[in-house]
Design a binder for this molecule. Structure first.
Ligand code: SF4
Ligand code: SF4
Length: 926
């Protein structure tokens, strides 16, 4: 009887660590996004004593850097232990020196890499192949996977092949797209892997270990006489790798029924036009091929699995004899090269060959740019042209060097019966967690295949999230965002005015809105374009006040379980009763140790979601609404309207290359965060003037500079919006009759409550009120910051906490988490020294909230126009980078001093003499 397959619902990182755990004895780690969870899983399993195939838990060491992790792996391998690590991007680049050594010393290991962009003009935590390309010269063999299932299968091949070949392997898959995509996959079993291990090779590896009982010297220094020959002696081991890999792929195919080769061909056996690519895009290409073949097109694709060593023999075996034209897709850009790496590899296979096909190369998907079937269609169309474009790009509009292929309308080519859903949420509101749970429920409790992918903006929390879910009876190969959903849920009422949440929703689809208003008010608040879309597309429109239900139940702002339950109730993707049972089981698992009260609250949320979701009749006349285009007039700067607002509205993909003309080096202007006005707080503080003791502590602790004290003259009080309350500023002697007011920017406040908590007045001078009730404060805030003059010189701002807060913060409205304990200090430094600051910011939390395009919280001083000049280099070098600033500035100052001294010696006017001397005397006084 055939062995029962075991399915699990997991992401690519889980699949990689699951396999690596079986084969490894030591893991040396240093976390870097998006690879971090691989190491975290291994850490957790080791802590719980999970056993590898040698009957022991892995020994895990967290090192001080990726360089350290690679060094430790190197050492562990030399001592005869099977060691591994997990990394990405710059982390991989920091491992390169040790990778050369490990490969040169023929030590078997697998480095698991969730491929990520290497920072250049900007940092990107997202995926492309620039990191693995940078490591391709190290001597590591490289094996590519395009999906979570392939990662599970091919990670095993890498571990088996490294032992047999003695060549170290880098097993890679696409950062985020595969590392964080959740799929239902078959889990390979350890008892099936053990018989595949080459025990002799393993024993030989252990025998070669450094050992004082059998001592040798390794890693010698060699002179010109022998280094070269010794290096060439390794050739035969690389020659053997393709056969070894192909052999193990056959074994995995036997076990799983999934066919693997160093190069897998997919498509028409007599195809004339084919694409060559590796990574997650290969699944999207397969879908597109099926679509085109159904129309009679003879197209195909070669998916590269064994990238290094690149085997001409296996490549030619995979290539149909009929092929006339090839498009090679690279997920990276090598500026100034004759072509990207995969293109050059493929071209070299045909050098001096008769009847060689026409070969063109293109770039796609940099920094996780979504690659859709319509983009792949344009690649095939390009191949059909008389003269196909070479060196092309897809997925962007290049209106500067005109390399992009023409964009096409998105099409839905997912298999019939695939259900697609999109959920708009707020970072930390639990939407993503609930959706992960829904996938697990559907994946584990039914025969359905499922996929989940989660999109975030750069805010640390409280930012935009969009979950993309697919369910179906066939394996899901759509490795791109959901563009034509059957169901859309919007978990944040305010989003209806910020984003086009209905975009692509299918005719007859369903829309669920978490609405803080009743039915009538909801209808009033919907923008016209939404009303028209709902009516024209016969959308089933549902509302639920999850926010109020959550508060009533005692869950605060956590609306996730309520919305999850409503989703199951509306869509019926699985029977609702089954969904309720499974949700409750998951609640017990997650919160069981937090006590009965917490469990019951969440049970109540499940019930409330199903019971309170309510269908709204869409008036037929909404079809006739004339949607007025914005007249384009705005008092916002052009850059904000044309660039920042577009990116913040989740439409940044539409910006052409010319947007960055003049800012090719990655420069962004200061102060753009002030235009966001996100309005994400449910409750914001209201100032109770009569209780206030004017200590300014509320302003001091606010992480977002969203509450500030203002000093006003009589005239400024008179000109203030009606109803603006002020108090006489105290001590009155010091402030000479001026008025004091605490003003909240309610649209920038995140509702963290820090200000309320710290307020020391006998009766609190700040009380949290609903955002809706504080709309009048928007005008007041604008008046205070734009019309009231700065009074920071009235006091010595360096003397006390109170005084410092009258100074303008030159760091405001950052995307840091609500309640952040770090940003108040950053803000304070800018209040004290911001006009003369240069910041060398290490990569991490503070660089994300400090400089995530297009949001720049550092800003200019209202009067001087000066402000912090900010830049980020790398994770590990901010001290050196800042030291470089200091050396550079000192050298400029010295040069200026030399020029001045020469001028002084040559004779200058008295005024110049005085000015030059003054400058020289104070040149280091920043
Ligand atoms: S609630 Fe938090 S973000 Fe809002 S003003 Fe107070 S401290 Fe600032
Ligand atoms: S912390 Fe309270 S008392 Fe102090 S200034 Fe702010 S509102 Fe007034």
């Amino acid at each position: 009887m055939a062995k029962q397959k075991k399915f699990i619902t997991c992401d690519g990182n889980y699949a990689a660590s699951y396999m690596s755990y079986m084969f490894s004895e030591v893991a040396c780690i240093y976390p870097i996004t998006p690879s971090s969870t691989m190491a975290e899983y291994v850490d957790e399993w080791a802590a719980f004593g999970k056993k590898n195939m040698f009957g022991r838990p892995i020994r895990l060491a967290e090192m001080q850097s990726e360089g350290g992790a690679a060094g430790a792996v190197h050492g562990a391998l030399q001592s005869g232990a099977l060691a591994t690590t997990y990394t990405a991007s710059q982390g991989l680049l920091l491992m390169i020196p040790n990778m050369y050594k490990i490969a040169g010393e023929m030590l078997p290991t697998v480095f698991h890499v969730s491929a990520r962009t290497v920072a250049a003009h900007a940092l990107s935590i997202f995926g492309d192949h620039s990191d693995i390309y940078a490591a391709r010269q190290t001597g590591f063999a490289m094996i590519a996977s395009g999906s979570v299932q392939e990662e599970m299968d091919l990670a095993g091949v890498a571990h088996l092949a490294t032992l047999k070949s003695r060549i170290p392997f880098l097993a890679f898959f696409d950062g985020f797209r595969t590392s964080h995509e959740i799929q239902k996959v078959e889990a390979l079993q350890m008892e099936d892997m053990i018989p595949l291990v080459d025990q002799e090779a393993l024993q030989e590896f252990r025998n070669r270990a450094l050992n004082p009982e059998n001592p040798v010297t390794r890693g010698t220094a060699q002179n010109p006489d022998i280094f070269f020959q010794a290096k060439e002696s390794i050739n035969k081991f690389y020659d053997a790798v393709p056969d070894i890999v192909a052999g193990y792929m056959k074994e995995i195919t036997k076990l799983t029924g999934r066919e693997y080769h160093p190069f897998n061909y997919y498509g028409d056996p007599e195809a004339e036009n084919i694409i060559i690519a590796m990574g997650s895009v290969t699944d999207t290409i397969k879908e597109t091929i099926d679509y085109l073949r159904a129309q009679g097109k003879k197209v195909g694709m070669i998916a590269v699995h064994l990238f290094r060593p690149f085997s001409a023999e296996y490549f030619m075996q995979a290539l149909p004899k009929t092929v006339k034209r090839l498009a090679v897709l690279d997920r990276a850009k090598e500026p100034g090269s004759a072509g990207e790496p995969l293109l050059l590899d493929v071209k070299s296979q045909f050098y001096r060959k008769e009847n060689a096909p026409l070969i063109v190369g293109g770039r796609y998907g940099l920094g996780s740019k979504d690659t859709t079937p319509s983009q792949i269609l344009s690649v095939y169309e390009n191949l059909e042209m008389n003269e196909p474009k070479n060196d092309f790009t897809i997925g962007i509009v290049d209106d500067v060097t005109f390399k992009s292929l023409p964009p096409k309308e998105e099409i839905d080519i997912s298999p019939k019966g695939t259900y697609q859903a999109k959920f708009y949420g707020l970072g930390s509101d639990g939407t993503v967690g609930a959706n992960k749970n829904s996938i697990k429920i559907i994946g584990d409790a039914t025969d359905k295949y499922c996929q989940g992918y989660f999109q975030y903006d750069s805010k640390k929390s409280g930012g935009f999230t969009c979950s993309h879910l697919r369910f179906g009876d066939k394996p899901i190969r759509s490795t791109y965002l959901v563009n034509t959903p059957d169901f859309v849920a919007c978990h944040v009422s305010a989003y209806i005015n910020l984003y086009d949440v209905l975009k692509g929703l299918k005719k007859g689809g369903s829309f669920l809105l978490n609405s803080i208003w009743d039915e009538e008010e909801t209808k009033n608040r919907l923008p016209d374009h939404m009303k028209k879309y709902l009516a024209e597309n016969e959308i089933n429109f549902y509302i639920i006040n999850g926010t109020k239900l959550g508060e009533d139940i005692g869950l605060g702002t956590r609306t996730n379980t309520i919305m999850q339950s409503a989703f199951f109730k509306i869509t019926g993707v699985i029977p609702y009763e089954m969904a309720v049972d499974e949700m409750k089981k998951a609640i017990v698992k997650s919160y069981g140790n937090k006590g009965e009260k917490v469990v019951n609250m969440n049970f109540a949320a499940v019930e409330a979601g199903g019971k309170n979701v309510h269908k709204v009749e869409v008036p037929a006349e909404w079809k006739n609404i004339e949607v007025k285009e914005s007249n384009g007039t705005s008092d916002r700067p052009e850059y904000i309207v044309k660039v920042v607002d577009v990116i913040n509205g989740q439409k940044g993909d539409s910006l052409p290359v010319s947007t960055f003309a003049g800012a090719e080096d990655g420069t962004f202007p200061l102060g753009t965060a002030a235009y966001e006005k996100r309005g994400i707080a449910v409750h914001v503080p209201e100032w109770q003037a009569e209780n206030c003791i004017q200590c300014n502590q509320c302003s001091y602790v606010c992480p977002h500079a969203a509450i500030r004290p203002f000093l006003l003259t009589e005239e400024e009080v008179d000109a203030a919006p009606e109803g603006t309350e002020t108090r006489v500023a105290t001590p009155s002697k010091m402030f000479n009759g001026m008025h004091f007011r605490i003003q909240v920017s309610v649209l920038d406040c995140t509702g963290c409550g820090n200000c309320v908590e710290v307020c020391p007045s006998k009766v609190k001078s700040l009380v949290m009120k609903s955002l809706d009730s504080q709309q009048a404060e928007i005008k007041r805030w604008d008046y205070m910051v734009n019309e009231v003059s700065l009074k920071e010189k009235v006091v010595d701002k360096t003397k006390s906490v109170k005084n410092s807060q009258f100074a303008q913060p030159l760091f405001e409205f950052s995307g840091a988490c609500a309640g952040c304990g770090e940003t108040p200090y950053v803000k304070l430094i800018t209040q004290l020294y911001g006009e003369r600051m240069m910041i060398a910011n290490a990569t991490g939390c503070s660089s994300i909230y400090g400089g995530s395009a297009p949001s720049t919280p550092y800003c200019k001083h209202k009067d001087s126009g000066h402000g912090p000049a900010w830049a980020n280099s790398l994770f590990e070098d901010n001290a050196e980078y800042g030291f470089g600033f200091s050396e550079g500035v000192t050298s400029q100052r010295n040069r200026i001093e030399d020029i001045m001294r020469t001028a002084l010696n040559n004779g200058v006017s008295d005024a110049e003499k005085e000015a030059f001397q003054l400058w020289i005397d104070n040149k280091n006084d920043g």
